[in-house]
Design a protein around this ligand. Structure first.
Ligand SMILES: [Zn+2]
Length: 469
């Protein structure tokens, strides 16, 4: 994500979501009696988010959408493996009406409470078993709105909808395990009126027209955190091409944003090739972008394989969101506390791009953050980048600016060769997985052969602005 105007865009929302629910977990029982999965995964900042007792492998979503009425009908088929004996389990779902639920083909009783849908299968599920949950639902999806005007979830546009899920919005359009620690693959079929296009993650396998409605069938075969799963519908000019390496590129541009500062269709493959040379092989089997017309949204999002831009982006923003494909989407933080592993890295990618394209050096950008002259440096000393005071601050400036400053200090300390070696090892070792700050520091020390405790304490964990040396 990169906020364009306000770094505290979603602050109020985070607070609301965090305090609106409670977490409960069940204790282990020695007698092997099946028990309920936990209704939270112990995320320090978002304790109610996610669910325990199972691990999702795949979501197959069939969505039928009528934009004029903002009416959605959905079927979610969720393939998961039980990590304990389960008597019942929960999914995150906000709003909508659940019409029917089944587990492995047998009707399952279900109940709703706050943002949890709890299912009781007809028979207990055994630990290690793979099971398939089907949920049929419909209704008017709601977006989640922050008091300062920021929105996430199912957001209506002037000609359709954008479903954007960071950090909790995906629960507004499909039931799931909506914590970044449970990544899964996706097949998303979206049916819309035939004058609309429906864009999602991965590759478009097929479009099928029936009468006045068309189904777009999207296949996304690499593990994806649900906050970067997405559907965008509207009227778009679509272009397809391939990168030099043969990677399919699919870009959709709202005609209202056709005259932007850059040609996104050409820029995406150029940035993907550039980033691949620095960060390691591109982690997914397709790429692209969606340029929508929703300027009031105030942020862009790194939706997997196909970043979402709320208006025509500039080059830096494209670099930022594509860098997230490595940092955030392929290597995903295990908990929201480690958001700097997303935003610090994507911000530093912008500094690197500038440095290599005749703009200011990363050192000069660092200096302008340090002395407060950079336009995005306001408030970066409010709290340490890797020690967030609350969920409300998860997308605040320190996570971006101080995160990037930490990486620059690391590069200065270990040298370019080791620094880029660290980045490539990081994206290789945790490709398609989850990781945390401790693992990053351990990797830096291993690759450099140095004790970097003081560096990270100073730049990542200290409350105070470090002294200039
Ligand atoms: Zn970002």
């Amino acid at each position: 994500m990169r906020p364009r105007r306000s770094a505290v865009l979603l602050a109020a929302l985070f607070l609301t979501v965090t305090t609106a629910c409670t977490t409960s977990s069940t204790s282990d029982r020695a007698d092997g009696t099946p028990r309920a999965g936990a209704t939270g995964v112990d995320d320090h900042l978002f304790p109610a988010l996610g669910n325990g007792g199972y691990d999702v492998a795949h979501y197959a979503l069939e969505l039928d959408y009528v934009p004029d009425d903002n009416a959605l009908e959905g079927t979610a088929v969720i393939t998961a493996r039980a990590t304990q004996d389960l008597s019942r389990f929960s999914l995150d779902l906000a709003g909508l009406r659940v019409r029917h639920a089944a587990v492995d083909g047998s009707d399952a009783r279900f109940s709703r409470k706050k943002n949890k849908l709890t299912l009781a299968p007809a028979r207990p599920i055994r630990k290690g078993e793979t099971f398939r949950t089907t949920v049929r639902y419909d209704g008017t999806p709601r977006m989640l709105t922050a008091s300062d005007g920021g929105n996430e979830g199912w957001i209506e546009t002037d000609d359709g909808v954008a479903a954007l899920g960071e950090p909790t919005g995906s629960m507004t359009w499909f039931p799931g395990n909506h914590h970044p620690s449970d990544k899964a693959t996706y097949d998303i079929d979206v049916t819309v009126p035939s004058d609309y296009t429906a864009v999602s993650n991965g590759t478009l396998r097929e479009t099928r027209q029936r009468g006045k409605r068309t189904t777009f069938r999207w296949h996304n075969p690499e593990p994806t955190a649900s906050y970067v799963a997405s559907v965008v519908t509207g009227v778009f000019d679509v272009s397809t091409t391939t990168t030099d390496d043969g990677l399919p590129v699919y870009t959709a541009v709202d005609p209202d944003e056709a005259d932007g500062p850059v040609d996104v269709h050409d820029l995406v493959p150029e940035v993907v090739d550039w980033a691949s040379d620095r960060f390691g092989p591109y982690p997914f089997s397709s790429t692209g972008a969606v340029v929508d017309h929703l300027p009031d949204l105030g942020y862009a999002l790194e939706t997997q394989t196909r970043p979402y831009f709320q208006e025509a982006p500039d080059t830096r923003l494209v670099v930022h969101e594509l860098a997230h494909q490595w940092f955030g989407n392929s290597v995903t933080p295990r908990a929201w506390q480690d958001m700097w592993l997303n935003e610090g890295f994507a911000t530093y990618a912008e500094w690197l791009w500038d440095e290599e394209h005749g703009h200011r050096s990363a050192q000069r950008t660092f200096d302008s953050f340090y002395d407060g002259t950079h336009s995005e440096s306001d408030g970066i000393w409010d709290f340490p980048a890797a020690d967030l005071p609350s969920a409300a601050r998860v997308s605040d400036r320190p996570v971006y600016g101080r995160g990037a400053m930490t990486l620059h200090q690391l590069r200065e300390t270990v040298g370019d060769r080791t620094f880029f070696g660290i980045l490539r090892t990081w994206t290789r070792e945790h490709r398609h997985g989850n990781a945390d700050t401790e693992q990053f520091i351990a990797l830096c020390e291993k690759k450099s052969g140095q004790d970097l405790t003081e560096l990270f304490d100073t730049w990542l964990f200290s409350a105070e602005k470090p002294d200039a040396d």
